[in-house]
Design a protein around this ligand. Structure first.
Ligand SMILES: CC(C)(COP(=O)(O)OP(=O)(O)OC[C@H]1O[C@@H](n2cnc3c(N)ncnc32)[C@H](O)[C@@H]1OP(=O)(O)O)[C@@H](O)C(=O)NCCC(=O)NCCS
Length: 227
């Protein structure tokens, strides 16, 4: 099958409007087991909304009828969060997926053919100088301080998006992701000092913050190799 949707980014401002069914028949046993990890009602709603949006994107782009045939798991055996994996009818798929939630908003990014993608919704990022000193390099701080209101949440969301796309199971450490240059649609970065190829970037201003997605363009170039 040749995918006609190499990359999709879907932002939902209010997850209550998604119309997620009360029943959980659209979830697999393993997904229900992951859901049971969360006790807080808000976090459970966010988890469900992320799955609902992501499963619908996958089923639509791969012509599958039932949401239950798509399985999305995001917890490792150690119980810690990990980059979500997507299986279809029990087989690991080539989809790469990233999910973020913030209050009532949900952001989901998906690519086919293993191309990396990471998304984040950031709001309420502390504007104190000590926060910037702790988590940003001098070069990043200089860039942020020329327009703190818009660049601080953007820098934070980009770091998290890049981590989600390329973290490869490492521990989240904002300083390990370094923003080198942010242009209109592209971000150059380093991870633990190693240069990452320039990434494409999607940005949307949200209430009190920003939503971002980054991906490598391999998705577009390799689309004809999907099978
Ligand atoms: C990635 C992380 C910083 C995001 O936290 P956040 O800003 O509070 O939450 P967001 O809503 O933006 O993102 C949460 C989503 O990120 C995804 N996620 C979690 N861990 C991830 C990771 N390591 N890489 C990529 N995506 C991850 C999950 O899909 C999760 O949503 P879900 O639980 O509903 O499936 C946090 O989940 C984290 O620290 N995870 C790593 C855990 C860890 O340290 N693992 C490695 C141990 S060595």
């Amino acid at each position: 099958m040749i995918s006609t949707h190499p990359r999709i980014v879907r932002y939902v401002a209010n997850l209550e409007k998604l119309g997620i069914p009360e029943t959980t028949t659209w979830l697999t046993e393993l997904e229900l087991s992951e859901l049971s990890f969360w006790k807080d009602a808000t976090r459970r709603r966010q988890w469900l909304a992320g799955r609902w949006v992501a499963k619908r994107l996958v089923t639509r782009s791969s012509q599958i009828d039932m949401l239950r045939e798509v399985e999305i798991l995001s917890r490792g055996e150690d119980g810690l969060g990990k980059s979500p994996t997507v299986s279809i009818r029990g087989d690991t798929s080539s989809y790469r997926l990233s999910i973020s939630h913030n209050n009532r908003s949900i952001l989901v990014g998906i690519t086919s053919c293993h191309a990396a993608i990471g998304v984040d919704v950031a709001s309420g990022v502390p504007e104190t100088p000590s926060f910037r000193t702790r988590w940003f390099s001098q070069q990043e701080t200089k860039w942020i301080e020329s327009d703190i209101a818009s660049r601080l949440p953007l820098a934070w969301a980009l770091k998290e998006s890049i981590f989600k796309a390329f973290g490869n199971g490492s521990k989240w450490d904002p300083r390990s992701i370094e923003l080198v240059k942010v242009n209109q649609n592209r971000v150059q970065s380093r991870i633990r000092g190693i240069e990452v190829e320039p990434l494409s970037m999607w940005i949307r201003t949200t209430k009190g913050g920003v939503a971002t997605a980054v991906w490598n363009d391999t998705a577009i170039q390799e689309v004809s190799l999907c099978s």
